[in-house]
Design a protein around this ligand. Structure first.
Ligand SMILES: [Fe+2]
Length: 207
């Protein structure tokens, strides 16, 4: 009986150590990233390749953001990659309800998570974010990536080609991490469709 108890206790110990290192490890690829660990804040929910962000049904203009995630060769679909996005509301604020914990206090509650399917496909239903009030920063949606065998890292924000705040200077200064984040919204039946493919590791330091 005793050896069984020891094995049980040992497994409990290793499981808890594993879950600790998941969030406290220093990033190995992608450089420093404040708040990237928010990608683990999906709690108990089972991730699918499609997610709908809060306030989608009540907010315009609506967006459907989708694409494929590829490995470094740009051809092989990458399955089981977690994507985390967060964005401002139409007023340009990272909206909170007041009961947030963790990174939601900074990122707000308008955020979502997906896990790519076997074809590397992902889709988010959301709405177009507002620019920060009184600022010059273009409208943007932040995105963080977690591959099964790598630490989490951020890639270029989604920004909109038709945004007047997206100046030539800002376009030239982009890092194009995992490819360009500039998207062209196209209206189809009341929703603005946006396509962006993601190439894992492209322009990511130490990848
Ligand atoms: Fe932001």
């Amino acid at each position: 009986m005793k050896p069984f108890i020891y094995i049980f206790l040992f497994s409990l110990f290793t499981v808890s150590c594993h879950s600790q290192t998941k969030t406290s490890e220093r990033p190995v690829v992608g450089g420093p990233c404040e708040g990237c660990e928010a990608i683990y804040e999906y709690g108990e929910r089972l991730l699918a390749s499609v997610d709908t962000l809060p306030n989608f049904t009540t907010t315009e203009p609506k967006l459907r953001i989708s694409g494929k995630v590829y490995h470094m060769d740009g051809k092989t679909p990458a399955a089981n990659v977690i994507l985390y996005i967060y964005q401002t509301n139409r007023a340009g604020l990272y909206a909170t309800l007041g009961n947030e914990t963790g990174w939601a206090r900074r990122h707000g509650y308008i955020r979502g998570w997906i896990k790519t399917d076997k074809q590397g496909q992902y889709t988010f239903y959301t709405f177009r974010p507002g620019a920060y009030p009184g600022g010059t920063e273009p409208e943007h949606i932040h995105i963080t990536v977690k591959e099964p065998d790598k630490n989490e890292y951020y890639i270029d924000d989604y920004v909109f080609d038709d945004d007047p705040l997206l100046t030539d200077k800002k376009r030239r200064a982009m890092s194009n991490r995992s490819g360009s984040g500039i998207v062209q919204p196209i209206e189809k039946e009341g929703i603005f469709v946006v396509e962006r493919n993601i190439i894992l590791g492209l322009n990511i330091p130490d990848y």
